[in-house]
Structures are given as C-alpha cells and as structure tokens.
Design a protein around this ligand. Structure first.
Ligand SMILES: [Zn+2]
Length: 541
C-alpha cells in the first residue's frame, strides 16, 4: 500500500480494534505500559539531564519501577500462553522479549552499590561469567578509554577516533595510536591465549552455542546461515579492495586517508550548523522533529554519556478518546560543533527518533524492531549527507563523488571487517585475534601488517563479541532500503515530502511485531541480497 493517507486511516482503525477491553491481554498490556513508563522515565533521569519527569523525581520512578515490575510479573505468571489465540501468543512473546532485554530492576539495596557491576580491574577474575567479563572489559573502555594520554593532555576515545582523520602530520597520527596502548594491553594483555579478551571470546562462543546469540541471531533475523553471512562480508570487502588503490598504508593513516571529505567540507560547518542542517533535512523529508517532541540532550555538560544513542522517553499509546498519542524519543550525543562525520551521526540518531516515533501498534509491540533492522534504518537518511545532491542543496557545494563515498564507506568497511573478525573468532575461539585482524585488514583494507598491536580494540561494542555484525550486515539492509525507497517514491537525498508517510507505512508502524526479515521480504518482494551495496561501492571507481 503506497497511499499514505489511506494507510494512516487503516492503521488508526486497526489500533482501535486491538484496544478493545475484552482482548485477553488487555490488562497485561496496561501493566506492561505502566512498567515501561517507569523504566523509560528512570533511564532518562539517571542521565542527569533533568531532575524530574512527569512530576516525579528519580527515586520515585525507581520505586514505581520495582513495584510495577512485580505486579506485571505476577500477572504474567497467571497467564496460560497455550490457551491464547496465535496473535495473542505473539504479543505475549514480544512482552517477554522486551522484559528480558531490561532484566529485573535491582532491589533497593543493590541499587545503592551493595552488588556493584564488575570493573575493569576485575578482568583477571576467572570466576566471572560471560556477562561479568563483558561488563568488566566495557568498563575498561570507560576507565582507560576516556583518559588517553596524547601530547601531554587527556583525550577520550571518541575524540581520538575523530582526530585520526584530521591530523595532518603522520608522526602525530602514530603518537595517537601509541596513546591507545594502555587500553589494548588491558583488553588483550600480550595477546596470550588466556588474555581477558581471548577468554571473553571463548565464553561468547559458548554462549552463542547455547543461546543462539550474536552472529547466529543476526543471521536468523534475516533468514540466512552464518556461512551465508560470512560469504557476503567477504564479497563486500573484496569489492571495496578492488575499488581502492593497491598501496598498503599504516593502520593509523587509514582514517586520515578516508577522511578527506570531512576535512574538505570542514569550512562549511560553523559551530551549531549541524543541528540546523539536521532539522532542515528532516523537515524536507516530511519529518517535523519539533512537532514529534523529540527531547535532545546534545549540549556538553558534566556527566554526559560518552556514547551517542536514542531511547524511548514515553511510549506511544491510544488515549481514552481513541486518539493516538505518539512516542516521545530522546537523543543523546555531543553536537555543538563538528562537521560531516558528526552530522552523519546526528542524522543517524534522529533516524532512530523517527523510527520509534512512527510506531503505531498495541502496547506489546511498542518497542524497537530487531537491532539489525534498527541500526540499518537509521542509516537510510544518514548516508544521504555523503551524496552530491545533499551537499549541493544544503552546503551549496559538493565534493567529487569518490572522495565523498570513501568517507562514508571507509568507515562502514571497518564495521564489515570487524564483523568478519568476530564471526571467525566465534567459530574458532582458538584463533589469534591480532593475527586474524592483520590478515583481514591487509587483504581487504590494504593496511600494513602489525600483528604485535591489538589495534582492532577501539570500539566499545567489541566487549560484546558478535555485536558488530549488526553494523556490518546492517549496511546490506541500508543499501536495499535506500534503493527500494527511491524506486517507490523517487530520490530523497535532497528531501522528499513523501518520505515520512511512506516509510512509516512500509516499515515503522509495526514496532517489534515484525522482524527484519519480514519487513525486508515485503519491501523487496524477494530475498535480501548484498547486490545493492556492491553496486554502491562500485560507484567509487
Ligand atoms: Zn544507532
């Protein structure tokens, strides 16, 4: 169905139909929504961006969270899933998935620190299970990664990654790599077989075998096997290799080599410009972010998250009068200054905000679609800023195509390389990670061998082996969605007022009801394939 207005009317009617009070899960879903309200408010107030939400402070919301979780759990325990019709069973399963993602709220005593999460210093503790060791290594990224020592000052990992593409002097780029050494040593010791990271990989592989998590989950989400995924990743990397010059470069020069677009467009971005450009681009796509009520925590302040993200602040729902009250999203990040790379990230986070604001479904499904789809969808718009059409309209200038696309896919190909790295490590946890990373990056990214360095360890997500594939494979979905969108409503890189309605109707309104595979199969009318991404990469040549 392509007509937005007809589509919306139908959606409202079906939302009203499933909200009938006599639905078998009506009471459960009401309790679920109340639990989510407390969870979302509590997560928001924990960030310190505001002192209260909806008239209550953090301690009140935390009390409500514990109480509502208990009431909901008691209600769920009384339900006999087998006695429910199939549609209600699916709704109940979705509620359980969302609940499992959050886990049980900590009891009041633990919340005050009685049972603290593992810290970086605990990484040598052999008693830690997968979750514990993963949390410890993630803490190393905070503990050490936020305090890298470079040129007699302290910088954080995120800034260091940005600097790598900006620093003109090769010696300074090398010195920046040296500043990562304490982090690399904390994670991977001297690359010995029982280094913290290599033990983590063994635990993650065992976890994946029992729970079907990680790469297995991502493959299942799109209905292919792990071997298919591996083949796609290799195809994509080979296309990239063939589109680039054959000379080998140093690992610390890779981001600089890919970052020419960023550097050349830097003068086009005065402070604050990216926020205005982001708003304008979305308005031209039919998305009024102010009207959606998105809450922004994007100004530098003490205690702000080092990672950019988007989350629910309040879930959408039907009101008593039958009107739809839409989701309120919140976006966190640092965007007071920055150029093309930062804008790309800001547009990505607002892609997430548009995604969850577009959900119109019963409470059971008012949640993210699977991670693979979610990350891929957020890139549908964020890739546009690297397109000449976008740059001409919003900056009044455009870079040569290959320079711009190298900026976009150069970073995406690192994600693909990490995906292949994790896939192979999880399949054979005895592999030497430094040697494997050296082999992959030498062959496909044309990077000089440095097996003595754990230079792969620069992303927090690597503390959860098997996660990176959500980004690496995500680019396959992104390229497919971008192409299908153009085929249906025409180009949108420089705006297209039909984009918002069409996207909501095709992809967003379902929330967690549909998987990436269901959404993509319907959108494409055929199985997903890497062909669209391969065609994009070949535009560089
Ligand atoms: Zn994201």
């Amino acid at each position: 169905m392509k007509a937005g207005i007809v589509g919306c009317a139908l959606v409202v009617a079906s939302v009203a139909a499933f909200a009938a009070d006599n639905a078998p899960l009506a009471a459960t879903e009401q309790l679920f929504l109340e639990f989510l309200d407390a969870r979302d408010a509590s997560a928001y107030l924990e960030t310190g961006h505001a002192d209260e939400w909806d008239g209550a402070r953090l301690d009140t919301w935390n009390e409500r969270l514990r109480a509502r979780h208990q009431v909901l759990a008691a209600n769920l325990a009384t339900l006999d899933a087998a006695a429910l019709p199939p549609s209600e069973q699916a709704a109940l399963a979705a509620i359980r998935v969302t609940l499992a993602d959050f886990g049980a709220p900590e009891p009041a005593a633990a919340a005050e620190g009685a049972r603290a999460a593992p810290r970086c210093n605990d990484r040598h503790d052999r008693a830690l299970d997968y979750g514990g060791l993963s949390a410890a290594l993630e803490d190393c990224f905070r503990e050490i990664g936020n305090k890298l020592q470079f040129e007699r000052r302290t910088i954080d990992r995120g800034n260091a990654l940005g600097l790598w593409s900006d620093l003109e002097e090769p010696a300074r780029r090398k010195a920046l790599a040296d500043s990562f050494q304490p982090l690399w040593t904390a994670l991977n010791g001297n690359n010995e077989p029982d280094s913290p990271y290599r033990r983590l990989v063994r635990l993650a592989a065992a976890e994946e075998k029992t729970n079907g998590s990680g790469v297995t989950a991502a493959a299942r989400a799109i209905g292919v096997t792990v071997d298919d995924v591996e083949q796609w990743l290799v195809q994509i990397l080979a296309a990239w290799r063939d589109a680039n010059p054959p000379e080998l470069i140093e690992p610390w020069d890779y981001r600089y080599a890919m970052g020419e677009a960023n550097r050349r467009l830097a003068p086009s971005f005065p402070p604050g410009a990216i926020i205005t450009l982001n708003d304008r681009f979305y308005r031209d796509l039919g998305v009024d972010l102010a009207a959606l009520g998105v809450v922004y925590d994007i100004k530098d302040r003490p205690g702000q998250s080092p990672l950019a993200y988007c989350d629910f602040l309040r879930r959408g729902r039907l009101t008593g009068t039958g009107a739809w009250q839409q989701t309120i999203a919140r976006v966190v990040g640092r965007y007071e200054e920055g150029g093309l790379g930062s804008l790309n990230e800001l547009v990505h986070e607002n892609g997430h905000a548009t995604h969850i604001s577009g959900i119109r479904n019963r409470p059971a499904f008012t949640d993210w679609t699977d991670t693979l789809f979610t990350e891929a969808f957020a890139d549908v718009t964020s890739w546009s800023v690297y397109e000449p059409a976008w740059q001409k309209k919003y900056l009044g200038t455009a870079l040569p195509l290959e320079v711009s696309l190298r900026g976009l896919y150069g970073a995406a190909m690192l994600d693909v390389a990490w995906s292949l790295f994790e896939l192979r490590l999880l399949r054979d946890p005895a592999l030497d990670p430094n040697a494997l990373w050296t082999e992959i990056t030498r062959e496909y990214l044309r990077i000089k061998p440095h097996p003595e360095l754990a230079w792969w360890a620069v992303r927090v997500q690597l503390a959860s082996p098997g996660y990176m594939v959500n980004y690496g494979l995500g680019s396959v979905l992104t390229a497919e969605m971008r192409r299908a969108t153009v085929a249906a409503i025409g180009p949108f890189d420089a705006g297209n007022p039909r984009w918002h309605d069409w996207t909501r109707e095709q992809l967003l309104r379902y929330g967690s009801e549909k998987s990436a595979k269901q959404l993509m199969d319907t959108l494409l009318g055929r199985p997903l394939s890497p062909a669209a991404l391969l065609a994009e990469i070949s535009r560089i040549r």
